[in-house]
Write a protein that binds this ligand. Structure first.
Ligand SMILES: [Zn+2]
Length: 245
């Protein structure tokens, strides 16, 4: 006859929930354990596990008593993530929506060389400082966007029947592009070269449409739909960033 032994105490399942504490969302797991454990994850999330009987109120009290420690841990995590991002920037750069590796090859003749096929950018000497890295990224983007503008601008001007007196590229903090309708000048943000080409195209067409319609009114969007029916797709990609057109 088979012998069945039942556990003395049935393990209760893990119960997951979340609660707001200060500006944080705390992930809570209630399970069979004796004490409360709090962890600050690498992504800055707070994770707490505790016995089943502990109430949310008790958890808040527990957290309040440890707010100094949490702050310290969050700062440590943020510093680690920041330096990880810096190291990453020195090793790779996004160009037209694709990640390119940055590699050192002292023999190259220009400050940098782009190998499209292998998605690699060669530089002569290693770079480490944040400023140097940012400068390199901007040089790469500027060159790529310049090349794109040289062929796309005349094509779109012809198609739309507009004419610019000046077009340029610059690094902007709050806008993807701008247009001075009286002076017929347009600017594109150098950072556009990070995203798929359709994004630079959308901003270019947007600024050129301003030469036909200065404000963002119904006619403006009708013209956008007419010239670039798929513009909303690229707009959506850029909207996940923090700048506007
Ligand atoms: Zn606009």
């Amino acid at each position: 006859m088979p012998f069945f032994r039942f556990p003395k105490k049935r393990n209760q399942a893990h119960r997951k929930s979340a609660l707001r504490w200060q500006s944080h969302e705390v992930q809570i797991t209630r399970k069979t354990m004796k004490s409360i454990r709090l962890r600050v994850r690498d992504n800055g999330e707070l994770a707490l596990s505790c016995p089943h009987g502990i109430t949310d109120h008790e958890i808040i009290r527990f957290l309040d008593a440890r707010s100094g420690w949490v702050e310290q841990q969050l700062q440590r995590v943020m510093a680690a993530n920041h330096s990880k991002a810096e190291q990453n920037n020195a090793r790779q750069v996004s160009l037209w929506g694709k990640a390119f590796c940055i590699e050192v090859r002292p023999a190259i003749k220009t400050p940098f060389e782009i190998d499209q096929q292998n998605a690699t950018i060669f530089i002569r000497t290693p770079i480490q400082h944040q400023q140097e890295i940012a400068l390199l990224h901007q040089k790469i983007w500027r060159g790529a966007l310049q090349k794109y503008m040289e062929q796309a601008l005349p094509r779109w001007q012809d198609k739309m029947g507009v004419h610019t007196k000046f077009s340029g590229i610059r690094n902007m903090k709050t806008k993807w592009g701008s247009c001075n309708v009286t002076r017929h000048r347009i600017w594109l943000n150098v950072q556009l070269a990070q995203y798929p080409r359709s994004c630079a195209e959308m901003v270019l067409v947007h600024e050129l449409v301003h030469l036909l319609e200065a404000s963002h009114n119904k006619r403006f969007y009708q013209l956008m739909d007419h010239f670039l029916p798929d513009w909303r797709h690229a707009d959506q990609i850029l909207k996940t960033q923090v700048m506007s057109v």
